[in-house]
Design a protein around this ligand. Structure first.
Ligand code: IMP
Ligand code: MG
Length: 178
């Protein structure tokens, strides 16, 4: 779909072909690093879905995929305070985990998840993000695999949304300033 057809989109930051290439390269690296470890991919709903689908399809090795969900706005929690809505449904104790999320921003979401997974007994938790914003993090997170580093602005597409919209765009785009 053309950019002009998408109201609110300012410009394409990362076209589909670059995402495809990068995800394929990440898959090759993960195959090398996770070989023989029988890893569990713990994917963070809902933004991860397109990235996860392409990444997992690109991996030429068996993996278990599980989903967790974190919400950032919830009654009883301060706005922006991440809150675990759904934990993993497979046992993670003593397993090698790969946390997969769409974007690393403040780092609070993944810090919460890494802590929770380690408390659940994971042997190792690596992290993989399609995007990481270049900015000072509010939480200490180790980003082991990053698709693209981007400037600090709001992006949508390829799974990332704004109020539920734009997830199906095949590219990453900057949202126009409103
Ligand atoms: P963090 O806890 O600040 O690292 O937030 C990470 C989560 O915030 C991501 O998993 C996204 O769901 C959401 N997020 C952060 N920045 C963006 C953005 O630019 N576009 C869409 N979602 C974003
Ligand atoms: Mg998310």
């Amino acid at each position: 779909m053309g950019v002009e057809a998408q109201e609110g989109i300012e410009r394409v930051l990362i076209p589909s072909w670059r995402i495809k290439l990068r995800v394929r390269r990440l898959a090759r690296r993960l195959e090398r690093d996770l070989a023989g470890k029988d890893p569990v991919i713990v994917a963070v709903l809902e933004g991860c879905t397109r990235f996860l689908a392409d990444l997992a399809r690109g991996l030429r090795m068996p993996v278990t995929v599980d989903f967790v969900k974190v919400s950032s706005y919830r009654e009883g929690a301060r706005p922006g305070e991440p809150c675990l809505e759904r934990g993993p449904s497979v046992p993670v104790a003593d397993r090698e985990l790969l946390l997969v999320d769409d974007i690393l921003d403040t780092g609070r979401t993944s810090a919460l998840l890494v802590r929770m997974l380690k408390e659940a007994g994971a042997r190792e938790v690596r992290t993989c993000f399609l995007l990481a914003k270049r900015k000072r993090r509010q939480a200490q997170v180790r980003a082991d695999y990053v698709g693209f580093e981007i400037d600090d602005r709001f992006v949508v597409g390829y799974g990332l949304d704004h109020a539920g919209r734009f997830r199906d765009l095949p590219y990453i785009a900057a949202l126009g300033r409103e």
